[in-house]
Design a protein around this ligand. Structure first.
Ligand code: FAD
Length: 286
């Protein structure tokens, strides 16, 4: 199975992110979405992980299913919140034995209810990253936050922590954002810190205004007025979707022109928006 670091060294990557299904119905639906996206020939697909291990089994099963049943390389997300080194080693050993060598090493967020917190042997994503690098032969990605992570005191501090992660990791994937300049500035800041590892922008097409505004608030991404106004001028949910896909296509086109190493689509387990963006960008479809 391809390693993402090697794929990025060879050419631009196009990848899709899914959440692991928790019911039989959701599994069928995700299988359908993956079948619909297969003709787009993704470089890899990634599967999210519930911080603290809440989707541990579902994430593993989905990653192993993709590895076994499809020609696409999977990447497993892994968060360090609430995990011991032994638990992480056990999870990653299962992946390596199955031929999965791509992992996204994440901090994760502490549970909203502090009484649900489990003891953790890691504090930051970099602690998990160091463990994985020392004990396993993997292609490892990390999260990047173009507008700064919400828990960071300031952008410069967040950039220094990201640069530290990227000196060890092979690549980063960003939180979603809506302006090309955010990626350009991130790449420039990293270059000035001596880091030139690939940073793949994460793309979130807006198909539901309320949902994306909530997610943007949590992730620290600014929801620009021009985009809100464009979406609010749409009179039906279908029209909102159309405008959202159009705006995401413009963002992707600008990013490709700016020289991004790839595009990573947050699919929310649906295929339509991503397929429409592909078509509007004129990207090849089998
Ligand atoms: P970290 O790198 O640990 O950073 C967290 C904060 O600590 C930042 O403010 C950073 O500046 C600071 N920091 C980092 N290192 C240090 C240090 N050495 N000393 C002091 N401060 C430090 N969450 C999930 O639960 N499951 C997922 O599957 C998932 N997938 C994601 C995929 C992508 C592409 C992205 C961008 C995010 C994803 N997240 C996921 C969300 C992520 O877990 C949260 O954003 C989390 O709050 C931070 O993760 P991180 O890996 O950036 O953490």
């Amino acid at each position: 199975m391809a390693r993402i670091g090697d794929l990025l060294a060879a050419s631009r990557t196009f990848s899709f992110e899914f959440s692991p299904p928790k019911t039989a119905q959701a599994s069928l639906s995700l299988g359908h979405t993956i079948a619909e996206l297969a003709p787009l020939g993704p470089s890899f697909v990634s599967v999210t992980y519930g911080a603290g291990g809440s989707t541990r089994v579902h994430t593993r099963d989905t990653v192993l299913w993709v590895r076994k049943e499809t020609p696409v390389s999977p990447m497993a997300h892994l968060t360090c919140v609430g995990h011991t080194r032994e638990e992480i080693s056990s999870i990653v050993s299962t992946y390596v034995e199955a031929g999965v060598h791509n992992v996204l090493a994440l901090g994760g967020d502490p549970p909203k209810d502090p009484s649900e917190a489990r003891p953790s042997e890691y504090e930051y994503a970099i602690d998990l990253l160091r463990h994985l690098r020392a004990d396993f032969d993997l292609s490892i990605g990390v999260a990047a936050h173009p507008e700064g992570h919400p828990r960071s005191p300031d952008l410069a501090t967040d950039r220094r922590h990201l640069a530290e992660k990227l000196r060890i990791a092979d690549f980063a994937i960003t939180q979603f954002f809506f302006e090309v300049d955010h990626w350009v500035r991130l790449a420039e800041d990293l270059a000035s810190l001596g880091v030139d590892k690939p940073v793949i922008p994460g793309i979130m097409p807006v198909t539901n205004l309320d949902q994306v505004q909530r997610m943007a608030q949590l992730s620290g991404a600014a929801f620009p007025t021009w985009l809100r106004e464009r979406l609010e001028s749409a009179s039906t949910p279908e029209e909102v979707r159309r405008v959202g896909v159009e705006a995401a296509t413009e963002l992707c086109a600008g990013l490709l022109e700016a020289g991004v190493p790839g595009l990573h689509f947050y699919t929310l387990n649906k295929s339509t928006a991503t397929r429409e963006i592909y078509a509007q960008l004129g990207l090849p479809v089998a």
